[in-house]
Design a protein around this ligand. Structure first.
Ligand code: RET
Length: 268
């Protein structure tokens, strides 16, 4: 079984505080997304609802991860030692399995594309997201792998294919759909896509840490802190950008309505 490394008081507390920060951020974001419903047009409210769901699910999981962290360690002789109760990292994968497809759903829905186009894209993105997480998990369980050419490496490679497919859809198909969007929306979309790449990129890199000989106290602390920051940005920060897109779309739709409902200029 995987032994949790002994930590200094500073290391233990850093993770403790970061997990606590993640819980607070997720719940604050939840309240914000619920309260902001009326600030966007009804057709974009579903995206804010999905954002609220994502941070709600994550807030719950962080609460459980926090509990598991405090149970996995005890203070003994000035350091934090493993109690023997395993730190349950499976919460993360369960969380991703639920929230990663929803993050893609938020993005496609807020763009208000034609229904048939959106439906087909959503189906493919959701399947790819589930496949990516489900294929990564068996490898995550192989904690003692030290080489890329191990079963952990193989599962990681398999999981990378759906990951690349998601990027391909976001940069190819969905990128092309930007031509018919208002410029402000296209700019925000560009930003959210980069946020997605920067934050999602952290997870496969973290997965490869054992291949570079990174293990022990420093690596474990770095991993937990990194996950917490990446998760807050990928869910709450991303949700805020979805909100900005929903606002921009609401305003653009209102301007369009004004133009088409304005009385025709009188002909002399
Ligand atoms: C795994 C396995 C190794 C290969 C790849 C992976 C990708 C994981 C990703 C996770 C995204 C999580 C998010 C969480 C939100 O808070 C499964 C680590 C490619 C992209 C966005």
């Amino acid at each position: 079984m995987f032994e949790m490394p002994t930590l200094s008081i500073g290391q233990y507390t850093l993770v403790y505080n970061m997990l606590s920060f993640a819980i607070a951020s997720m719940f604050a974001a939840f309240v914000f997304f619920i309260m902001s419903q009326n600030r966007v047009a009804p057709k974009y409210r579903i995206s804010l609802m999905v954002s609220a769901l994502v941070v709600g699910i994550a807030g719950y999981h962080y609460f459980r991860i926090f509990g598991s962290w405090t149970e996995a360690y005890q203070l003994s002789g000035g350091v934090y030692e493993a109690t023997g109760k395993p730190f349950n990292d499976a919460y993360r994968y369960v969380d991703w399995l639920l929230t990663v497809p929803l993050l893609l759903v938020e993005l496609v829905l807020v763009l208000g594309l034609a229904r048939s186009k959106a439906n087909s894209m959503l189906t493919r993105l959701v399947i790819a997201a589930i496949a990516m997480i489900a294929l990564g998990y068996p490898g995550e369980l192989i904690k003692d792998a030290t080489s890329m050419f191990s079963d952990r490496g193989l599962w990681g490679l398999l999981s990378t294919f759906p990951f690349l497919y998601i990027l391909y859809v976001l940069w190819g198909e969905l990128g092309k759909a930007m031509a018919s969007q208002p410029p402000r929306v296209a700019k925000l979309f560009e930003g959210i896509r980069w946020l997605l790449l920067a934050t999602w990129g952290f997870y496969p890199i973290a997965y490869m840490m054992p291949f570079f000989g990174l293990s022990g106290a420093g690596a474990e602390v770095g991993l937990q802190v990194g996950y917490s920051i990446a998760d807050v940005l990928a869910k709450a920060g991303y949700g805020l950008m979805i909100y900005a897109i929903a606002r921009a779309k609401t305003e653009a739709d209102a301007e369009f309505e004004e133009v088409i409902s304005a009385p025709a200029p009188a002909v002399a």
